[in-house]
Design a binder for this molecule. Structure first.
Ligand SMILES: Nc1ncnc2c1ncn2[C@@H]1O[C@H](COP(=O)(O)OP(=O)(O)OP(=O)(O)O)[C@@H](O)[C@H]1O
Length: 250
């Protein structure tokens, strides 16, 4: 029997308040431990798809299950617990630029603390140690006391990854994580995501424009066009002609 998928989309639709179709009848499962890359033109719905998984965006109809639980009704504590197991990294890194790397990384742990302790930054010695270890995973331990805005873009993205590691995530969502980076730094960041996937078994879902990168890193590629899945294949079966379908504008 096949193991339960970690994420499952069933007949998912998303229509924005202004009538724009974000997602149209999405149906697919993501097995635990997969490195999934979502490709598509700008506006195809990649960000929308990713953000429905942690409820940054609400769906209009259908069902999303995480670890076999429907998530749409989650509120309060259940929503916090859902978001704790899902790390997210963004194109623009979303760090507090004037804060230290240490503070930025520790911020990934706040969901484990009562609000008053997190406001006062009363992190335990164990969590400070964990912050150092998270930075070691992205080869940036020496930057612990640097200010975030002293770092290069690639280094900032690695800090953002270290921050998500503080959550002990089961899933990492990466929304165009390398869009602002040069080719060498891109490789460093993608290699780190791949390593976390392979060594820690974290399910990773990455939105990318680059088909070449998708082919280099993905276990499976899903192509979106105008909110619909037009392509869904394991990497071994990916062909140039199929991928071109994703990028047809008509
Ligand atoms: N808050 C919003 N309100 C209305 N429409 C939106 C909103 N956010 C996104 N859209 C629209 O939904 C569609 C999908 O957008 P989305 O950002 O998911 O695409 P994308 O594939 O991630 O694009 P990009 O590669 O440019 O980030 C687009 O037509 C977009 O204009």
């Amino acid at each position: 029997m096949e193991a339960t998928p970690i994420i499952s989309f069933k007949n998912v639709n998303k229509i924005y308040d202004n009538g724009t179709v974000g997602l149209k009848d999405i149906n697919f499962d993501i097995p635990r431990g997969e490195f999934l890359v979502v490709v598509g033109l700008s506006g195809a719905g990649k960000s929308t798809l990713l953000r429905t998984i942690n409820r940054m965006h609400e769906i209009t109809s259908g069902e999303i299950r995480i670890e076999n639980e429907p998530i749409s009704q989650y509120k309060g504590r259940s929503l916090r617990l859902l978001r704790r197991k899902i790390g997210m990294i963004f194109q623009n890194f979303n760090l507090v630029k004037r804060s230290s790397v240490a503070k930025n990384v520790l911020a990934g742990r706040v969901s484990y603390y009562p609000t008053w302790k997190s406001i006062l930054s009363l992190f335990s010695a164990a969590d400070k140690q964990k912050a150092v270890q998270s930075l070691q995973r992205v080869s940036l331990a020496e930057k612990l006391y640097a200010r975030a805005d002293e770092l290069s873009g690639g280094q900032q993205q690695r800090v953002a990854i270290a921050r998500t590691l503080m959550q002990d995530p089961k899933i990492i969502l990466a929304d165009e994580p390398i869009a602002s980076l040069d080719p060498l730094t891109t490789k460093t960041v993608m290699d780190i995501l791949k390593r976390l996937n392979q060594e820690d078994g974290i399910t990773v879902i990455v939105n990318l424009h680059s088909v070449a990168l998708a082919r280099a890193y993905a276990d499976r590629i899903v192509g979106l066009r105008a909110g619909e899945v037009v392509y869904d294949e394991p990497i071994g079966q990916v062909t140039e002609a199929d991928l071109n379908r994703v990028y047809q504008t008509v």
